[in-house]
Design a protein around this ligand. Sequence first.
Ligand SMILES: Nc1ncnc2c1ncn2[C@@H]1O[C@H](COP(=O)(O)OP(=O)(O)OP(=O)(O)O)[C@@H](O)[C@H]1O
Length: 273
Amino acid sequence: MTTSAAPTAGQNAQDPPAPACTAGIRALSISGVSHSYGPRRALIDINFAVAPASFTALLGLNGAGKSTLFALVTRLFGIQAGHIGIFGHDIGLAPGEALRLLGVVFQPRTLDLDLSVTQNLLYHAALHGIGRRDARSRSGEVLTQIGLADRAGSKVRDLSGGQMRRLEIARALLHRPRLLLLDEATVGLDVKARADILSHVRQLVTEQGIGVLWATHLFDEITASDDLVVLHQGRILAQGPVARVIAEAGADNVNAAFMRLTGTAALAGSPAP
Ligand SMILES: Nc1ncnc2c1ncn2[C@@H]1O[C@H](COP(=O)(O)OP(=O)(O)OP(=O)(O)O)[C@@H](O)[C@H]1O
């Protein structure tokens, strides 16, 4: 399916169309997805959606199945059961259209430490077939969006852990995706770096209209206005606006709701609203 939406603020005519404008289309839709590693069932009948211009937290302990889900959405793994759509494009049937609208930050870092910030971005842009001049202007643009413009010429090796993560987010934005997936993007970072990253990512939602799926195991990364999906041992235990998930669990914060739903002890991170 294609759309011919006019470019919105911050977009150029050659950018991917902004299907967010198309009523009812989800940035990401997961329907009936299951996945097994041999006899081990990692995901069991997963169903949820991420709306355009929304922040959805995918909350789960280690081993819940978050990375497996990301591997399916990005087509690292083939889909065994179910369907995944990105702005209405089925990733099995129209992978090119779907992946063009998707940006991803995986858990392991994949930057070239010996290149500069800009060189890393230019290299990645070339892989996406973005011309040199366009790549330079886009690099400046994404570095500004993510608060790294002053480090454009620095060697990546000289950046802090939080700055490296922000560079990875900038890199994921180079081809101007409309949906961004981040897998435990703040792991190993201090409180300030985590807050910086979250604040930049939330700005992408409110200012650029990007739909975000944020996988985490930390309650304090979730705010009252987010959508929440609670994933536990491969199953979704609850989903919806944070306030509704908390209320339906008969709890008064995300931490307590998670413990009630899963019967587990507290996770790292401080209580969310
Ligand atoms: N390659 C694999 N082979 C066999 N089992 C796997 C493989 N990868 C993941 N699993 C299992 O699938 C389940 C889900 O793992 P997954 O990595 O998706 O969870 P996660 O929520 O991302 O956790 P983490 O943050 O620790 O990666 C776990 O039980 C895990 O042991």
